[in-house]
Design a protein. Structure first.
Length: 530
């Protein structure tokens, strides 16, 4: 996932970016479909079209669709699958009225987005990318203002990525869209609803604006997910892959409009259960739009039970991938069992035995350089990403692993490099902002993780050749400390997805690497010393 280089990329650069991602071995890209980016009059409070008008993609500017048209057509040409994350910020005419004074400057685009309007937006996107919708006729457009590579980002933590205001004119009687006589646009068949609804940068209020004891975000999100699911059902996408909740790994202890939810509490509230997994009753249920005692809940909210997976972002920026978080309702990568256990208990309380899969749809680590405050060395960065790959692989419920980002974000230039706020964006890329490859670049394609285990200190070697589409021969090589000679200590084969794991007898300290045989010869991983 890399919205700055994909969503905001000019068409000539987009081709190269997606080709590079494909060459690295990724099979899918996650793309944020920002509601306010394609909506007409996003900064106005008056609705720009009549009832139901938001469900017709023709009522949105053809120029504003262009960036997503380019993404789907380029991805199809390169054989990359798509995951469209339909998310805010919302246009102002589709949101509620925040408190006065507002608790944060960006709250208007996230405050109580209308589920009804969101359904129309999802309907428009799903209709356009149904596989049968023709593009508008080609015309001469400058396009420069729409693909703003140089748009200055806002901080990603806790604010969302930059959504540069598009300058294309909205359609109207005096500015109609061109006729739909262009080529048929490709179909999109994988979706998720909203991004990180448990933190205030993406959805508010987190707690009710008039009663800080009453949770708000989980129940607002439930309505949005219901609306998105209904829209996809009604537009021929009912059998598509759909993911819910796209949660952040941590929350806060506070209870206010802008105090984020811990992910596990968010899940319990989303499914109308209290901290002890009991159904809400009486006033507590009615204030949360929950049925008395849970009756009929599953039937009323099929998206929560029929979704193909639960999407999560298990970042742990300041600790190694295997370090657990002390807060029991947090869910970093080492604590994914907490998340699956919570989901299993929630489903069981609603009469379901389903064990919903987990999709990791964002993950990464800050690096130094360039971030001297929260970044890890390039060597440690590569090591941590490989360890994370192993932790995800060993959990059979985990069905995906997403790298965030390809390129580092641009720093915030209004602050000097000596100010930590200068590095308030993500520096988690496989390349620097200027394009220099970090050690993790090759490690992403050719992964190795080595660890000791058991009383006899045996060695486990895990590897991944990411571009693999079939089983490939591999060799585990070892060099004893102080020696210059590499020895093959185990021959192996990857599975069809490129993964392999072997166990070795105890050996003296030394270095390990894996050599994969490819169609063009052999490639090897970085060396790991154990």
């Amino acid at each position: 996932m890399d919205d700055p280089k994909i969503v905001y990329s000019a068409p000539d650069r987009l081709e190269g970016t997606l080709a590079e991602i494909q060459s690295l071995g990724a099979d899918r890209i996650r793309v944020s479909v920002f509601w306010s980016l394609v909506a007409p009059a996003p900064r106005e409070t008056e609705r720009p079209f009549g009832e139901g008008g938001g469900a017709d993609p023709r009522n949105y500017s053809a120029e504003k669709w262009d960036r997503y048209d380019a993404i789907v057509t380029t991805a199809q040409r390169l054989g990359l699958k798509l995951l469209f994350n339909l998310t805010g910020p919302a246009p102002y005419w589709a949101t509620g009225t925040p408190p006065d004074p507002p608790p944060r400057r960006d709250i208007k685009g996230t405050f109580r987005p209308s589920a009804e309007e969101f359904k129309d937006f999802v309907t428009a996107v799903a209709t356009r990318y149904s596989g049968s919708f023709a593009d508008e006729a080609a015309q001469q457009r400058s396009g420069a203002s729409l693909f703003q590579d140089d748009c200055l980002p806002t901080p990603n933590i806790p604010l969302p990525p930059a959504v540069c205001p598009p300058e294309g004119e909205d359609p109207g009687p005096t500015n109609p869209n061109p006729p739909n006589t262009g080529p048929v646009l490709p179909r999109v068949d994988s979706w998720s609803f909203w991004n990180e609804p448990n933190i205030p940068g993406w959805l508010t209020p987190q707690w009710h604006e008039n009663d800080s004891a009453l949770p708000a975000a989980p129940h607002i999100y439930r309505a949005l997910a219901d609306a998105g699911y209904s829209a996809l059902q009604e537009t021929g996408h009912g059998s598509d892959m759909m993911l819910i909740a796209e949660t952040a790994p941590r929350g806060t202890r506070g209870r206010s409009v802008t105090s984020g939810f811990t992910p596990l509490r968010f899940v319990r509230e989303l499914y109308c259960l209290d901290k002890n997994f009991r159904h809400y009753t009486g006033t507590a249920a009615s204030r949360r739009d929950c049925p008395e005692g849970g009756g009929g809940f599953a039937a009323a909210h099929p998206v929560l039970f029929n979704a193909r997976g639960f999407a999560h972002h298990p970042y742990s920026f300041l600790t190694a991938p295997g370090v657990s978080d002390r807060a029991r309702d947090h869910a970093v990568l080492a604590d994914l069992d907490r998340l699956t256990q919570t989901l299993d208990t929630v489903f069981k309380r609603h009469g379901s035995t389903r064990r919903i899969p987990i999709w990791i749809t964002e993950y990464g680590y800050q690096t130094d350089p360039p971030d001297p405050y929260t970044g890890w060395s390039w060597k440690r960065h590569a090591s941590y990403l490989a360890h994370a790959e192993w932790l995800g692989y060993r959990r059979h419920r985990v069905k995906s692993s997403a790298q965030f980002l390809l390129y580092d974000d641009r720093p915030i230039v209004e602050f000097p490099p000596s100010d930590p706020r200068h590095w308030g964006t993500f520096q988690t890329g496989l390349r620097t902002y200027e394009g220099k490859r970090k050690k993790a670049y090759r490690g992403y394609q050719r992964t190795i993780h080595v660890q000791r285990y058991g009383r006899r200190r045996k060695t486990m070697v895990f590897g991944l050749y990411r571009p693999a589409t079939s089983r490939r021969p591999a060799r585990v090589r070892y060099k004893r400390k102080g020696s210059k000679r590499w020895l093959t200590v185990r021959k192996a084969r990857t599975n069809r997805a490129g993964f392999m794991r072997v166990r070795l007898k105890r050996r003296p300290p030394g270095a390990y690497r894996i050599v994969f045989r490819t169609g063009n010869g052999r490639v090897q991983t970085r060396k790991v010393i154990r």
